[in-house]
Design a binder for this molecule. Structure first.
Ligand SMILES: [Zn+2]
Length: 70
């Protein structure tokens, strides 16, 4: 299940939620101020993969499971 990051339009509080595929998070509300319909940001899933992804993906062939180029 992918993790999505949301930002409250009212107080700009950022939070993460696990959302089923196809779920846009429109039924979520801010845990800080309870304002509904937070703005969905880019998945932190992908961001983390880039930042801390030692061994997560091959830098040469960009395959997640590299067995061909090393
Ligand atoms: Zn808020």
């Amino acid at each position: 299940m992918p993790i999505y990051e949301f930002r409250c339009k009212a107080c700009h509080h950022r939070f993460e939620r696990l959302c089923p595929v196809g779920e846009s998070g429109e039924n979520l509300s801010c845990p800080a101020c309870n304002t509904p319909n937070p703005e969905r940001l880019l998945s932190s899933f992908a961001t983390r993969g880039v930042e801390g992804g030692k061994g997560a993906s091959c830098t040469t062939c960009k395959a997640s499971n590299c067995s061909s180029c090393h």
